[in-house]
Design a protein. Structure first.
Lengths: 110, 117
């Protein structure tokens, strides 16, 4: 079983819609969770980090964490074509063990 | 601004050449840095964990004699791809985090695109 699992997609949403990206993790000891965005040919860039249950909002992005269900999600409101990228979910256990999902490819259709 | 600097961004060289990639943490010290490789349309694959002042920890299937890692200071780790061959062509990315500043995320360098002819 993979440590972090994501639906590889592709996920297509129309411009202006809400994109919902989901992730599950297997290690209940995971304490920190991150969403990275990776454009084609570029390295990942951090979008959101979340450490406690509930929602965390930053601009058009909202991260949601449910530790009981071992579930992390990222909502992108008012999706723009520039949001088209691969989104990587990551979970960290301890000081250094950061596990990445395989990523979900999002396409926002103008 | 960037918190992790990686250099060079692109390398094109002949088969058999050794290539060194540098990864620097800016404004923080990193006792641990991470090296990833990513083939086209595939996910990030952790190659090794670089430990300052000690040997790197390699993931299963990664040849330590092929991918030499040196972490001689708290802000610099290098990855040397020795005697590179076309199958080593890939996107190599390093990352680090400020472990002395609480629950910090990992930040990535801009990556090095290695093309072996």
């Amino acid at each position: 079983q993979k440590e972090v699992e994501q639906n590889s997609g592709p996920l297509s949403v129309p411009e202006g819609a809400i994109a919902s990206l989901n992730c599950t993790y297997s290690d209940r000891g995971s304490q920190s969770f991150f969403w990275y965005r990776q454009y084609s040919g570029k390295s990942p860039e951090l979008i959101m980090s979340i450490y406690s249950n509930g929602d965390k909002e930053d601009g058009r992005f909202t991260a949601q964490l449910n530790k009981a269900s071992q579930y992390v999600s990222l909502l992108i409101r008012d999706s723009q074509p520039s949001d088209s990228a691969t989104y990587l979910c990551a979970a960290r256990t301890g000081a250094n063990n950061l596990f990445f999902g395989t990523g979900t490819r999002l396409t926002v259709i103008p | 601004g960037a918190v992790v600097s990686q250099h060079p961004s692109r390398v094109i060289c002949k088969s058999g050449t050794s290539v060194k990639i540098e990864c620097r943490s800016l404004d923080f010290q990193a006792t641990t840095m991470f090296w990833y490789r990513q083939f086209p349309k595939q996910s990030l694959m952790l190659m090794a964990t670089s430990n300052e002042g000690s040997k790197a920890t390699y993931e299963q299937g990664v040849e330590k004699d092929k991918f030499l890692i040196n972490h001689a200071s708290l802000t610099l780790s290098t990855l040397t791809v020795t005697s590179a061959h076309p199958e080593d062509s890939s996107f190599y990315i390093c990352s680090a985090r400020d472990q002395g500043a609480g629950n910090q995320p990992q930040h990535f360098g801009d990556g090095t695109r290695l093309s072996i002819l």
